[in-house]
Design a protein. Structure first.
Length: 424
């Protein structure tokens, strides 16, 4: 890593809920009187944090509170957190779209940002005209834009529409054009928010590759996304935001792991799925529960090489031929395995009422860590979803196995093998 190129020191941002400014003349006068006396702003003493689900006693809220970190040349840093954690507010402060309530940002060189779909684009202007407009907003000179125009248009994939007004573009096309402009600006720092999710899979992959190239050239990248696989693939370091505060900073895999630990299920042996809300399908049959077993005993914690057991309960209102699948996910929500009943030549006969199905994984050899489970069942004839729960339980692989002679850190792999060795 090179020199420090961006430094945020005790960044905070306060908003008044539902109002602009303080909202009342008396509050404005109090703030003004405190200022001329050299006193602290009386409305910055409030300690409310940004909790979306709770109604605070005050109308003031800290969207961001005392955030400090450093970004170095060539570093690709991910920003991870739930909705409302303060990620977008942080990027707006760094991009100088809004100013901090307290704290400061120091940076060397230019910063280019892609924060919201359509930011800096005029709907009546063509794509070509908006490239010049958006480039000027980001600090590019007209000569610089002209020299890179063909590269920008080619990267965006919008050559056929570049002379068409942007108001006729889809949101994905606007993101393509916006990212192309931001990525080709010779800035020292590139800031990208969740907007890449609007683009298709091929373009997202293209953008990830471009950001990797940017970092290899010594420029820094700050990347926000809820796609944990993309974050892990692109970034080396990361910060975890929670309720407007920086909760953890370090290696990106540790940040993602901490994020999932904080926002996952409680570690329990049985999950009641009968009232689970986040499900898809026709609903003619429903998963009602899933339980985990270690060597035949109820437990959601096993060691490497133990037998992992699952019991899955299903309630059916209609007798029909069905297929069932279990998904096992890694910490970054990458699917490790998709297990179907047909793989084991196990047929599920039509039934009405409730049944429980048992699965046993002999000598389960995943590295230590937390793993999530999803379940699916569908019509065996049409493949139509009957019930799908993407993340409905979890189990933990722990240290302590007699089979393992060394540490198995999560970032070192997924599967633990013990082949037979001999010297020939």
């Amino acid at each position: 890593m090179g020199q420090i190129i961006l430094e945020a020191h005790n960044l905070s941002k306060q908003y008044r809920l539902g109002q602009i400014g303080t909202g009342t003349l008396s509050h404005d006068l109090n703030r003004f009187w405190s200022k001329i006396r050299g006193k602290e702003d009386p409305y910055l003493k409030l300690t409310e944090v940004n909790l979306r689900d709770n109604k605070e006693m005050s109308d003031y809220v800290w969207a961001l509170r005392d955030v400090s970190f450093q970004l170095k040349e060539g570093e690709v840093m991910g920003v991870v957190g739930t909705n409302g954690a303060g990620k977008s507010t942080l990027l707006k402060l760094l991009s100088r779209i809004t100013s901090p309530t307290t704290g400061e940002v120091k940076m060397k060189g230019r910063i280019s940002s892609l924060l919201e779909v359509g930011t800096g684009f005029h709907p009546e202007l063509t794509g070509r005209e908006n490239i010049f407009l958006n480039g000027a907003i980001l600090g590019m000179t007209k000569t610089e834009i002209r020299s890179k125009l063909d590269e920008i248009v080619d990267f965006s994939g919008c050559a056929n529409y570049v002379d068409t007004p942007v108001k006729r573009y889809s949101s994905g096309m606007i993101v393509r054009l916006g990212f192309a402009v931001a990525a080709h600006l010779e800035s020292e720092i590139l800031v990208v928010d969740e907007v890449l999710a609007v683009g298709d899979q091929a373009f997202q992959k293209k953008c990830i590759g471009k950001m990797k190239d940017i970092s290899k050239g010594g420029r820094a990248v700050l990347f926000v996304s809820h796609n944990l696989s993309s974050v892990t693939n692109l970034c080396e370091t990361g910060i975890l935001m929670e309720d407007g505060q920086l909760k953890f900073q370090g290696d990106i895999k540790n940040v993602v792991s901490r994020y999932l630990d904080n926002n996952s299920f409680e570690n329990q042996q049985f999950y009641d799925l009968s009232r689970y809300q986040e499900r898809e399908g026709t609903g003619e049959m429903k998963f009602t529960g899933i339980g985990f077993y270690r060597n035949g005993e109820p437990s959601s914690s096993i060691c490497v090489g133990d037998d992992l057991g699952m019991k899955i309960s299903v309630k059916s209102d209609k007798a029909m031929k069905l297929k069932m699948a279990i998904y096992i996910y890694r910490y970054d929500e990458t699917i490790l395995s998709n297990i179907e009943n047909g793989d084991s030549n196990f047929e599920i006969e039509p039934f009405v009422g409730e049944k429980t199905f048992s699965l046993t994984f002999k000598d389960f050899n995943l590295y230590t860590g937390v793993y999530k489970v999803g379940v699916w069942m569908g019509d065996a004839m049409s493949g139509q979803h009957i019930d799908l729960l993407r993340f409905c339980g979890q189990f933990t692989i722990e240290e302590g196995s007699e089979l393992v002679k060394r540490p198995l850190p999560q970032q070192s792999g997924v599967i633990y093998y013990r082949p037979h060795w001999e010297e020939n």
